[in-house]
Design a protein around this ligand. Structure first.
Ligand SMILES: [Zn+2]
Length: 449
């Protein structure tokens, strides 16, 4: 009997070797202080209107006073200290930097088989900074990144926080916690096929505890639980539960011991109810939500993070990327459910946070889902709030992001039109400031018309 074992070289050794080689070959160059960490300029940002992110009526003729990386004051008639630089955004509408609670910022879709067999975590590590910059320039100054291989997300966060790379504030999940044969596993291929990489697979109480401790030790700011089957994996089901209630409970309790919240990927009704009962902070996707599950979420304050734009993108685009037909059919089979579930959750008053699954579609298009939320029943202001105060609360960062108010990080974005009339204005971000540093300023935003 022939035995075929395809073994990828352990990626970390290759990455280490590559890093050493680069260090040896490149001429040494010391970063200047400015390159190492862009200093916030501070100053005064003026615009015609402000949507503060907390749901209040827009304020006209507003000025935001920025000191270092924080907002010092907000108002129409502020006394401005002499010599403070002025950024006049003219007729623009100013908002807090947007938050995406569900990204995969280290990757982007390519060809199905190429992604599986010809690309490695090293390719991801090389590209991740490009996606981080696109995300930031699209106005998303904070992301919760729900699942990346080889701790690339943690490395990216460190480089962004050090000011070495432009990118959003990140709360990384590292490896998704998944059952063997589940959505986080590679199934549907020869049992002799093995990839050498850090594994997020854990079965039973002890393995789950150990994996979560390993993830926290290596930088996880949130724990991602793969509670049910999914779309982009080879299981037959799209929504069947993949952990027992006992196992899901252990995920939540172990994460809580390390002060981490749990984000649960869950499509099907039974898996959603189990995850909510176990005490997760958010249900990601929540595509086939039933009334009982929605009521439980409302009672317990569990957030729903619907990801309908990604689902639409898979249905329409993934055929061109060589994805197997049964995966496309899975996506199409739940598209109507996604709308029904969001309307149900919204009607029952379930908390909503903005998350897109960016990385399933190209990074930088994170704002495209806002229009879906409005089409499916939210007002533009409610849709915006899912990406400001709602998202900030889910991340546990309501004290620092998601609103334009004194004491918050000076994370500001601006658009030239009125997003309360047309929420898709947020797809055309003209100005981005993060922590008092300007990262994008389109010419149109520079002058009063
Ligand atoms: Zn995802």
């Amino acid at each position: 009997m022939s035995r075929v074992t395809v073994e990828k070289r352990p990626a970390r050794y290759v990455a280490l070797a590559a890093a050493l080689l680069v260090t040896l070959l490149l001429p040494t160059r010391t970063l200047t202080a400015q390159e190492a960490k862009p200093a916030p300029a501070g100053g005064r940002v003026g615009a015609a209107r402000l949507i503060d992110g907390r749901g209040g009526a827009p304020v006209t003729g507003v000025v935001v006073l920025v000191e270092k990386d924080r907002i010092a004051a907000v108002g129409a008639n502020l006394p401005i200290p002499a010599g403070v630089p002025i950024i006049d955004l003219g007729a623009a509408t100013l908002l807090p930097g947007l938050i995406d609670c569900h990204t995969h910022i280290t990757g982007q879709p390519g060809n199905y088989l190429d992604d599986l067999f010809r690309r490695s975590p090293i390719d991801q590590a090389v590209m991740a900074h490009v996606y981080a910059r696109r995300t930031l320039e699209a106005g998303f100054t904070t992301v919760r990144d729900l699942g990346a291989g080889e701790f690339i997300d943690v490395a990216l966060r460190k480089a962004i926080d050090a000011g070495t790379l432009p990118g959003p504030r990140m709360q990384p999940a590292t490896l998704g916690v998944s059952a063997t044969g589940g959505h986080g596993d590679l199934s549907g291929f020869s049992p002799y096929l093995r990839f050498g990489h850090f594994s997020g697979l854990a079965d039973g109480v002890d393995e789950i505890r150990k994996l979560i401790r390993f993830e926290v030790k290596n930088g996880a700011g949130v724990i991602k639980l793969v509670a049910t089957a999914g779309v982009l994996s080879e299981e037959e089901s799209v929504g069947a539960p993949q952990y027992s209630l006992e196992e899901m409970g252990v995920v939540v309790r172990e994460a809580a011991m390390w002060s981490r919240k749990v984000a649960a990927h869950a499509h099907g009704a039974e898996g959603i109810r189990r995850a909510v009962q176990a005490g997760v902070a958010s249900i990601e996707h929540g595509t086939v939500l039933d009334e009982a599950g929605a009521k439980m979420m409302k009672e317990r304050g569990t957030y729903l993070v619907p990801t309908m734009y990604a689902l639409d993108y898979v249905s329409n685009e993934y055929g061109k990327l060589g994805f197997p037909r049964h995966i496309l059919e899975k996506a199409r089979s739940i598209e109507k459910d996604a709308e029904r579930s969001l309307r149900l959750a919204h009607r029952l008053g379930v908390k909503l946070a903005y998350g897109t699954d960016a990385g399933v579609f190209p990074h930088g298009d994170n704002a495209k889902q806002l229009a879906y939320l409005v089409r499916w029943g939210l007002t533009p202001m409610q849709a915006i709030q899912t990406a400001t105060t709602g998202a900030a609360d889910l991340l546990g960062w309501a004290d620092r992001v998601g609103a334009v108010a004194p004491g918050m990080y000076a994370d500001l974005v601006a658009v030239s039109g009125d997003p309360l009339k047309d929420v898709s204005e947020l797809e055309r971000i003209q100005f981005v400031m993060k922590g008092g540093v300007v990262y994008k300023r389109a010419p149109a935003a520079s002058h009063r018309p």
